[in-house]
Design a protein around this ligand. Structure first.
Ligand SMILES: Nc1ncnc2c1ncn2[C@@H]1O[C@H](COP(=O)(O)OP(=O)(O)OP(=O)(O)O)[C@@H](O)[C@H]1O
Ligand SMILES: O=C(O)C1=C[C@@H](O)[C@@H](O)[C@H](O)C1
Ligand SMILES: [Mg+2]
Length: 170
């Protein structure tokens, strides 16, 4: 069984994915961590040394590699993964369950404004400019996320409860 979590930066994909995999007793792969291990560099360094296009190509390649594994997995994607090239179509084709962790702009803002440093796309955006940036970015990306098989409203729900809700969907 393959379960793929999608959603915006800081929607909780890594936190929820790790907990869910542990409870289901299956392997967890965080695509961002998988890319960092493959490159032996942080995402931040990959972006600054090689640029975003290089990262997107690598992300596409690593997503296909991970989805091709013959084992049960929980896969947490990167915030941009479903929004480039054929990635969302591949997720829909290969995953038994794709789940969009839907978090509102105010809640995303609160989480991201405290954790910008390791997120290259928002690192240089001031907290004053962040609402406009996230609003526009989510407007562009939501059509991809919303293609997921399940859409889970995660507002006002802690990570443990999100995991419980996912287990009910499976
Ligand atoms: N359901 C939740 N409620 C409140 N806070 C949460 C929830 N899930 C995760 N968080 C917190 O939000 C922050 C971002 O979570 P996390 O890193 O798991 O997001 P992500 O979707 O993997 O982000 P990225 O796309 O940048 O990898 C963390 O500080 C985490 O503790
Ligand atoms: O939203 C995005 O495009 C990104 C989110 C992170 O998970 C990383 O994959 C990277 O920082 C890009
Ligand atoms: Mg993550």
């Amino acid at each position: 069984m393959k379960i793929v979590l999608v959603g915006y930066m800081a929607s909780g994909k890594s936190t929820v994915g790790r907990l869910l995999a542990r409870q289901l007793g299956i392997r967890f792969i965080d695509l961002d961590d998988y890319i960092e291990e493959h490159q032996k560099k942080s995402i931040k360094t990959i972006f600054s040394e090689k640029g975003e296009i290089f990262f997107r190509k690598l992300e596409h390649q690593m997503l296909n590699e991970v989805l091709g594994k013959e084992e049960s997995l929980v896969i947490s994607t990167g915030g941009g993964t479903p929004c480039y090239g054929t990635n969302m179509a591949t997720i829909l084709d290969q995953a038994d369950h794709s789940i969009y962790l839907d978090v509102s702009i105010p809640n995303l803002l609160e989480r991201i404004s405290n954790e910008k440093e390791h997120r290259p796309l928002v690192k240089n955006i001031s907290n004053e400019e962040l609402p406009e940036f996230i609003g526009k970015h989510l407007f562009e990306r939501r059509p991809y996320y919303r293609q997921a098989k399940h859409i889970l409203d995660c507002n006002g729900t802690d990570a443990e409860t999100v995991v419980e809700k996912i287990k009910e969907l499976l």
